[in-house]
Design a protein around this ligand. Structure first.
Ligand code: HEC
Length: 161
């Protein structure tokens, strides 16, 4: 009896949920430039992994030179922002969520500890381990040609001191 009830009820709930989701997704939110813009269109254009990775490389580069100049607050800030960017990718590209979480737990947290300790030697070591992990993730996802290397110079538009 209960079984029959569940067999009928659960699919009905799922179908209703899908119908509601489709309805929300096709709701129009017209703007000055696009009268037919929908919530679905907006959801679709959220930053994917490629855009987030450009931000990753940028911030990861700054982190190194900030730590080198003992501007530990800047290093800490950039790492915090990098992790926030990662959280966006976990939501927009959930298939990478598990790998991104382990990357954060196994590498970024350790890097954060060396920043908190203001320990340049430990930082450098952890930075190279993290770089290897970045590139391992590229390889394991079919992008062996994407290899991050640390740029030779600090970013131009920051006073690192
Ligand atoms: C979870 C796995 C993963 C980790 C960890 C990771 N990446 Fe990536 N990265 C990717 C994937 C996948 C792509 C290809 C993006 C796509 O498919 O849209 C990529 C692309 C890139 C790109 C190319 C972006 C472009 O479009 O020009 C850069 C640069 C990059 N990653 C840097 C880094 C750096 C630096 C780190 C470490 C701090 C890192 N990545 C960590 C998976 C990862």
């Amino acid at each position: 009896m209960l079984n029959k009830f569940l067999k009928v009820t659960i699919p009905t709930i799922i179908m209703v949920n899908i119908a509601i989701a489709q309805d929300i997704s096709s709701s129009a939110v017209p703007t000055k430039h696009n009268k037919t813009l929908t919530i679905g269109d907006i959801a679709q254009i959220q930053a994917g992994l490629g855009s987030i990775m450009i931000e990753f490389a940028h911030r990861f580069h700054i982190i190194y030179y900030a730590a080198k100049a003992s501007n530990w607050n800047l290093a800490k800030y950039e790492l915090h922002e990098l992790i926030e960017a990662q959280e966006v990718a976990e939501t927009t590209r959930p298939k990478y969520k598990r790998q991104l979480r382990s990357f954060e737990n196994d590498y970024l947290s350790q890097l954060n500890n060396t920043i908190k300790e203001k320990n340049w030697d430990n930082f450098k070591l952890q930075y190279s381990k993290t770089t290897i992990a970045c590139n391992n993730c590229h390889r394991s996802n079919g992008h062996p040609y994407i290899k991050y290397i640390l740029p030779k110079k600090a970013p131009k538009y920051f006073n690192m001191k």
